[in-house]
Design a protein around this ligand. Structure first.
Ligand code: PLI
Length: 471
């Protein structure tokens, strides 16, 4: 081992036994390295938005864990068994039975990805003037709630907005905030509460079983549904197993089933927990809602037995469900994120604590205190990390938060973060080391960085396509 000046140093003796990935690599995809000059040009052409970079210009792609997973040989073998019938594909029935087995809901409506399910449930349940409480917003989820005429209300605990709070369940719902809202607007104006497992925008933070149970008890009192965003519920189940009393001895599969059992239905992006590259679904217990959703899906996604997916995609999702609950898999998945996070913590780079399930979130507000929030510190930091090493990350701050539809002003979230997101089963520990070193390098030159101005702003979900210029 050598230090940053290239002087050789002894490896410190381990203080614990390591885990290793519970798989070996059968096929490789070469990575391209580029020069700093090339990257400077590429990021300028991309309007300083990492979403607008060509992936060919990226070295280690930590933009997202969505659809970027490596499938197993078992899943790839399943792809060859795609039943590409327009109606009644056998892969649909397999997916349906595995959803019932692992998530426990009655009915399944496949969709092309998570936002397809969010669209359908929002249109069915939300009326103009309604309020939808939730444990922090997610970009696409809130967009569909607003398009249906609803107003999202954040009822997550205050600790979730504090990057330094080490609360173990920062995804918990604040029951007082929820009950205050119900009393203020009346239960008739709340079609459901939107509860996410490992809350993405809070830093991949879990909700506890105890809190989920309490949300169920409270909503039962008022006859309000719970719609679960189960996109990363398996990762949440792992945190419950590690952190919540009484769950140490339970399997991940049992914890997942119990979490879902307190809810009335779920929207799901299969592109995360399910270890695939495309797919999603809406799951629901209520037959009437299912009938409406099944009818609507044919207008927007495709017939109710494929919902915009090929038979082979449904087969890969069904098999992904069997793999996602395997204990050694989930341990190494979260362990890899923790490894990267712990490195940055050891080097005193400000990150959201505790380290989340799918990503390490850099605290851009703290790293770049000289850049005001309307000059987009997180956007600046993500662009700079790319220039340094070709590692692609993403902004999760004021750009992602968008504008308030009523006032037209920027929403200024307390959390101004860069998400360093780890795809499942794709990168090795060495990639994590290179990433950590690049973040450290940029951190050490932070005082030189200048903010950005937005020069193009799309109307919807602006973070995907907005363009910036250097100040
Ligand atoms: O990207 P979709 O349409 O399959 O799923 C939308 C979606 C819903 N809920 C949550 C918690 C998500 O994280 C999510 C998508 N997330 C993306 C694309 C991400 O990069 O985090």
């Amino acid at each position: 081992m050598s230090n940053q000046k290239g002087v050789s140093m002894p490896y410190p003796k381990p203080t614990r036994r390591s885990w290793a990935e519970p798989f070996k690599i059968k096929m490789v995809e070469p990575l391209k390295t580029t020069t700093r000059e090339h990257r400077l040009k590429a990021i300028e052409e991309a309007g300083y938005n990492t979403f607008l970079l060509r992936s060919e210009d990226v070295y280690i792609d930590l933009l997202t864990d969505s659809g970027t997973n490596a499938m197993s040989d078992y899943q790839w073998a399943g792809m060859m068994l795609g039943d590409e019938a327009y109606a009644g594909s056998k892969n649909f029935y397999y997916l349906e039975s595995n959803m019932q087995k692992y998530y426990g809901y009655n009915y399944l409506v496949p969709t092309h990805q998570g936002r397809g399910a969010e669209h359908i449930i929002s249109q069915i349940l939300i009326k103009p003037g309604d309020f939808i409480p939730g444990n922090m917003y997610f970009t696409t989820t809130r967009e569909h709630q607003e398009r249906a005429g609803g107003t999202f209300v954040d009822v997550i605990i205050d600790e979730a907005h504090d990057p330094d709070s080490t609360h173990l369940f920062k995804g918990d719902v604040d029951l007082q905030k929820l009950e205050d809202l119900i009393k203020k607007v009346g239960e008739k104006k709340i079609p459901y509460i939107s509860v996410a497992a490992t809350v993405n925008m809070a830093g991949g933070q879990p909700i506890s079983m105890k809190n989920m149970r309490a949300v169920r008890e409270l909503t039962n009192k008022y006859g309000i549904r719970i719609i679960f965003d189960a996109t990363r519920a398996v990762e949440n189940a792992y945190f419950i197993k590690m952190r919540e009393k009484g769950y140490e001895g339970k399997s991940i599969a049992e914890i997942l089933r119990e979490l879902c059992s307190y809810t009335d239905g779920a929207t799901m992006s299969g592109k995360k927990d399910l270890l695939v590259n495309i797919g999603g679904f809406l799951a629901i217990n209520d037959k009437d809602v299912f009938d409406e959703a099944r009818n609507m899906v044919v207008v927007y996604e495709g017939l109710h037995t494929y919902g915009g997916l090929a038979g082979r995609d449904m087969e890969a999702m069904a098999r992904g469900m069997e793999e996602m609950v395997q204990e050694d898999y989930i341990r190494s998945r979260i362990g890899q994120v923790e490894y990267l996070g712990q490195k940055l913590l050891d080097w005193e780079v400000p990150v959201v604590k505790p380290i989340g399930g799918h990503a390490v979130f850099l605290n851009a507000k703290k790293i770049l205190p000289h850049i005001p929030q309307d000059q987009f510190p997180a956007q600046t930091l993500a662009a700079e990390i790319y220039v340094d090493s070709g590692v692609r990350t993403m902004e999760r701050g004021v750009v992602s938060a968008g504008r308030d539809p009523k006032t037209g002003q920027h929403r200024y979230p307390k959390l101004e973060l860069v998400r360093v997101t780890i795809p499942r089963r794709v990168y090795t520990q060495a990639h994590m080391d290179v990433t950590a070193e690049s973040v450290l390098e940029v951190y050490e030159s932070r005082e030189k960085l200048k903010g950005l101005e937005m020069v193009y702003e799309p109307k919807h979900l602006r973070f995907f396509q907005a363009r910036f210029a250097k100040m």
